[in-house]
Design a protein. Structure first.
Ligand SMILES: Nc1ncnc2c1ncn2[C@@H]1O[C@H](COP(=O)(O)OP(=O)(O)O)[C@@H](O)[C@H]1O
Ligand SMILES: [Mg+2]
Lengths: 264, 357
């Protein structure tokens, strides 16, 4: 990446692209400190009133905690299910393995609106609508394929010789899994967990079908809020969400940095 | 090659065969290794050395045949019950454990109490002169140090057989020389039975009690380093273990006749027919003045100085014979174009039926 050797037109093009991609994200921060009653740029005066309003909005706060606990539960379950599943997919040889893998990761390719409708129909008959369990199951449908893909890639690039060495040293297969395979997989697990967390925390389309007055998530609440009024409260919420996302990404970055060190 | 069961036999492979899909990588292999000896699997890349080693460890399943250790059939014993210490080509140290815990791993699997495991790991690391690095992570060690940790980890469990897969191939030349001596010394001290896979004839000849020369999944020759070098069973062995000159000729009632018409004598007996004649470059004297079994006239065509050796290319009746002499200071009496009389003994004239590769 030798930026200084890039030609001028190229540099301008890259700059314009960056501005185009990042402008909305960056604009959210000044907007969130607006003192105006409606979303307007630039704001006519500055204040932190929309942050106060956000923290005083009990519905938003409740939705935030729902989203946070939902994402946490979904992340833990995704990892617990996907690690053994990815192991089976990469370490065992059986007919139909590729087919099964593609089937498991197929939801990645389906339009989420189709998934949402399908889940709505199935869950309605099980009384899972507007329940935490329902949300967890629905989000797992979306997060598991991500987790499975990331972990399968990590596992298939892992040095098999370490597992073999452990076997020759007297470790039974299950011991090898917990004492060698999983610890060596840590960077992959952190990356998969972060991805699952963000996907779940951010999920709107499917969640819209499953939420109601009793239970709702933050993205859905924000969506409903914007639908009804256009004040800068959503800018304040967005600014905080961007910071949260950055924090998660930084955790991954650190874990992947360690990961590189692992591979030497 | 059928093996007779020696009284001190420790490892025995009987009719071991391996097929990967339709490819028959090892047709049928028999081998008997004595207790306490170090045996080398020597052969070119792809000849099945690693596969055979992994079959002994249980990491590969043979398609046919059986493996016996100490008289017991272990063909179907799971890897973790085989009690083998294996040193991998890539070392395969656990990246998330420090050096000491890497070495303790096998002891923990044997339920050795924590205190004792720690003590024995420390001793094993002391044995490979790495006691001071016990708390480093593998990635903080040099290649040679990682190699020694892998060795300590394999030896600390006092395995029934030590298996080494090209353990020196990733080290630089000087370190390789040191480790050769060190591994051999450790093996002899502990009296452990060891199998050493290598494609380097120097390693095989210098470190091991006996050498299995392999080619295309079968054993070409199994013998002591001297036997393999001095009495190669096939032209392939002669070529692979050490350098040779190769001349075409015919064996008749009168003796051996080279393509160029010289008469040669060999100590080897063969039925009459076309033969390949093999002579090692350093067994040929360049200016033969006395009596010799074989004497031929030639002209020096090339002279190459290689430090310890000078290599002469001598053209003899249209064929090029390479002769090697140890370098001697201040003496280079020959120049290209000089006439020379080459001489060598009948014992050094190896003959094989023609066409063998
Ligand atoms: N898992 C495998 N699947 C298919 N072919 C293999 C496999 N492992 C080894 N082989 C083949 O078996 C032959 C012997 O391999 P190997 O034992 O690794 O040779 P060496 O260690 O002597 O270089 C090679 O031709 C190699 O391509
Ligand atoms: Mg090999």
């Amino acid at each position: 990446m030798e930026i200084h050797k890039t030609s001028w037109p190229m540099r301008i093009l890259v700059f314009v692209l960056f501005v185009y991609l990042l402008a909305p994200v960056i604009l959210v921060f000044p907007l969130s400190f607006s003192g105006d009653q409606v979303l307007r740029f630039p704001p006519s005066f500055w204040s932190t009133r929309w942050y106060s309003a956000l923290f005083a909005n009990s519905q938003m706060l409740k939705a935030f905690w729902t989203s946070l606990s939902l994402a946490a539960i979904v992340t833990v379950l995704s990892i617990v299910i996907a690690v053994p599943a990815a192991w089976v997919m990469t370490r065992l040889k059986f007919t139909g393995r590729d087919l099964l893998f593609n089937l498991f990761t197929a939801p990645l390719l389906l339009p989420t609106i189709v998934l949402g409708l399908a889940i709505l129909i199935v869950f309605a008959s099980f009384g899972l609508l507007a329940t935490m369990q329902g949300l967890v199951f629905a989000h797992l449908v979306v997060t598991l394929p991500y987790a499975l893909r990331v972990l399968a890639v990590s596992l298939s690039t892992q040095d098999r010789a370490c597992e073999e060495a452990a076997r020759t040293l007297g470790a039974k297969p299950l011991t090898v899994f917990f004492r060698v395979t999983v610890p060596m997989l840590t960077p992959g697990i952190v990356a998969a967990a972060a991805l699952c967390f963000l996907v779940s925390f951010d999920e709107v389309v499917i969640t819209l079908f499953l939420t109601g007055p009793r239970i709702s998530t933050l993205p859905v609440e924000l969506y409903n809020y914007v639908y009804n009024q256009a004040d800068p409260l959503v800018a304040a919420a967005s600014a905080l969400l961007i910071l949260l996302t950055l924090a998660v990404i930084m955790i991954v970055e650190r874990a992947m940095g360690l990961g590189k060190a692992f591979v030497k | 090659m059928p093996t007779t069961s020696a009284p001190d036999e420790h490892l025995r492979l009987e009719g071991i065969g391996v097929s990967f899909g339709a490819v028959n990588v090892i047709p049928s292999l028999d081998l008997s290794v004595r207790k306490g000896e170090m045996v080398a699997f020597l052969g070119p890349s792809g000849c099945g050395k690693t596969t055979t080693l992994r079959i002994i460890a249980g990491l590969n399943k043979p398609s046919r045949g059986s493996i016996m250790v100490g008289g017991r059939d272990i063909t179907h014993l799971p890897i973790h019950d085989r009690d083998m210490g294996m040193v991998f080509q890539s070392y395969a140290l656990f990246p998330h454990m420090d050096v000491s815990h890497n070495v303790q791993f096998g002891l923990q699997m044997r339920n050795v109490p924590a205190r004792e495991a720690e003590k024995r790991a420390a001793q094993a690391l002391e044995m490979v002169q790495l006691g001071h690095l016990a708390h480093r992570k593998p990635k903080e060690l040099s290649g040679g140090q990682q190699q020694r940790v892998a060795l300590a980890r394999a030896l600390v469990i006092e395995p029934s057989i030590l298996l080494l897969d090209e353990p020196l191939s990733n080290l630089d030349a000087k370190l390789r020389d040191e480790m050769r001596v060190q591994i051999r010394a450790l093996q002899q001290q502990s009296g452990i039975t060891a199998v050493f896979v290598t494609h380097d004839q120097v390693e095989a000849l210098s470190m091991c009690d006996r050498v299995v020369v392999m080619r295309g999944g079968h054993v070409e020759q199994f013998g002591t380093p001297t036997e393999v070098y001095e009495r190669p069973a096939t032209a392939f062995v002669a070529n692979f273990v050490g350098r040779t000159n190769r001349l075409k000729g015919a064996l008749t009632a009168e003796g051996i006749l080279t393509g160029a018409g010289q008469q040669l004598r060999s100590a080897t007996r063969l039925p009459a027919g076309a033969v390949d004649i093999l002579v090692r470059p350093h067994r040929i004297r360049l200016q033969e003045t006395g009596e010799a079994d074989n004497k031929v006239q030639g002209t020096v065509s090339t002279i190459t100085f290689i430090g310890d050796l000078v290599q002469y290319g001598v053209s003899v009746g249209g064929e090029e014979i390479v002769v090697e002499e140890a370098t001697r200071r201040g003496r280079s009496p020959l120049a290209a174009g000089d006439s020379v009389t080459l001489g060598w003994s009948a014992e050094d004239t190896l003959i094989y039926p023609a066409g063998e590769k």
